[in-house]
Design a binder for this molecule. Structure first.
Ligand SMILES: Cc1cc2nc3c(=O)[nH]c(=O)nc-3n(C[C@H](O)[C@H](O)[C@H](O)COP(=O)(O)OP(=O)(O)OC[C@H]3O[C@@H](n4cnc5c(N)ncnc54)[C@H](O)[C@@H]3O)c2cc1C
Length: 364
């Protein structure tokens, strides 16, 4: 495995690909670029949306009991095992160098990279307390957690268009839906108001004064300022998303109107060699979707960066091409691939280059 890089302000480490953000989207992009032969770094502050998951839903092959942190720790081990460098740090600055590459600065890390992938996600705007614990009555992922509210009393908190729409959507799962304004004036349109009022949803004006929880910490009820008490299994706050796009914007990456980064089908932004994936781009905010986007961006980068097939002009310009010039994998990644013990391919015969076939391991 590649050694830890450490402080190197005089000699920034050089990579072909640097992924900013190590959630499911960023780690998958890095897994692909590394296994497709591109020297890759992941720089991740940690504590993103996936890290907030008490348990994991909707991911085939991953059991529900897997926490977000367990899921991510396995992902970090996977990318490192193929030779990617993982730095736990926060990228504060990015600039384009004269040679077209990017220079990125984080707390203890400084890198120069040909390609950059933004997988920086977003933060859910959090309502004022009193609030139950995330995952125990306070939920930020509709398509993950609506399932546990079938036939249960639920709340939706907020006063904008999204809150009104999610309240109506929750009627697909349960007849008991309250929309909690918490003392705010609704900002949804008249049309939405008419539509909402035609659905069997109670709109509660008063703010919450206190809450009751069971012995496991799960929400049981909110008590409102007018003294009424309403029981809930849980619900969804809808106060918007703060997209982490400052770095991308600083190098001219274009955003959509809703604040997400504008990308093509493979995550390419308007800035050459800059990609974006996961929750920071449009799409369903789900792990399988983030994994798919990461995979597509990793393959897109490989297509943009791959060496072979080489054009005839390029071959002639370099005076021909021989077997000594291939493969187009960095020597470090090539070495890791050849020695890759514990993986399906296993170490190659004669992986230590001593001219003798290696003995079969216990796994063979
Ligand atoms: C409470 C909760 C439960 C959920 N449960 C599920 C579920 O069960 N199933 C499901 O499919 N989806 C679930 N989701 C949604 C899922 O977590 C997201 O869709 C997914 O994590 C998106 O992945 P991502 O990699 O784009 O972003 P994130 O997971 O948010 O990761 C982004 C990473 O980028 C890092 N970062 C940001 N800026 C910088 C910077 N400048 N420098 C370095 N690092 C940076 C952050 O620290 C973070 O680690 C849940 C979400 C929440 C909030």
């Amino acid at each position: 495995m590649h050694s830890y890089v450490g402080v190197m302000s005089d000699h920034p480490e050089e990579y072909e690909v640097t992924v900013v953000g190590g959630g499911p989207a960023g780690l998958t992009a890095a897994l692909y670029t590394t296994r497709l032969g591109h020297d890759t770094a992941v720089i991740n502050r940690g504590g993103g949306r996936a890290a907030m998951m008490l348990d994991t839903h909707n991911v085939i092959g991953v059991t529900e009991e897997t926490s977000g942190n367990e899921f991510l720790a396995t992902g970090v081990e996977q990318v490192q095992s193929y030779g990617a460098d993982y730095h736990q740090d926060f990228v504060t600055d990015i600039e384009r160098l004269e040679d077209g590459r990017f220079h990125l600065t984080a707390g203890n890390v400084e890198v120069v990279s040909e390609f950059v992938v933004f997988a920086t996600g977003f933060s859910d705007a959090r309502p004022d307390p009193p609030l139950p614990r995330t995952g125990k009555g306070l939920h930020y992922c509709l398509h993950c957690d609506a399932y546990m509210f079938v036939d249960e009393p639920v709340y939706v908190m907020g006063h904008g268009e999204a809150a009104a729409h999610v309240a109506m959507i929750m009627l697909n799962f349960t007849p008991e839906v309250d929309l909690l304004l918490r003392g705010d004036e609704p900002t949804w349109s008249e049309e939405t108001d008419t539509q909402l009022r035609a659905h069997p949803i109670d709109v509660v004006d008063d703010d919450i004064e206190s809450m009751e929880k069971d012995d496991d910490g799960w929400l049981e009820a909110f008590v409102f300022e007018d003294g009424t008490r309403r029981e809930y299994k849980g619900g969804f706050p809808m106060y918007g998303s703060e997209y982490n796009t400052d770095l991308a914007e600083s190098i001219g990456v274009e955003l959509n109107e809703d604040g997400t980064i504008a990308v093509d089908d493979h995550g390419r932004t308007n800035v050459e060699k800059v990609y974006a994936v996961g929750d920071v781009v449009p799409g369903h905010n789900q792990i399988p979707v983030a994994l798919g986007m990461g995979a597509k961006a990793g393959i897109g980068i490989h297509y943009d960066a791959r060496t072979f097939p080489m054009s005839l002009e390029d071959i002639e310009a370099r005076g021909g091409l021989s077997k000594e010039d291939v493969p187009a994998v960095s020597s470090r990644l090539e070495d890791i691939a050849v020695h890759h013990e514990g993986h399906a391919g296993g170490p190659r015969a004669d992986s230590d280059g001593d001219g003798e076939e290696e003995p079969a391991s216990a796994d063979d």
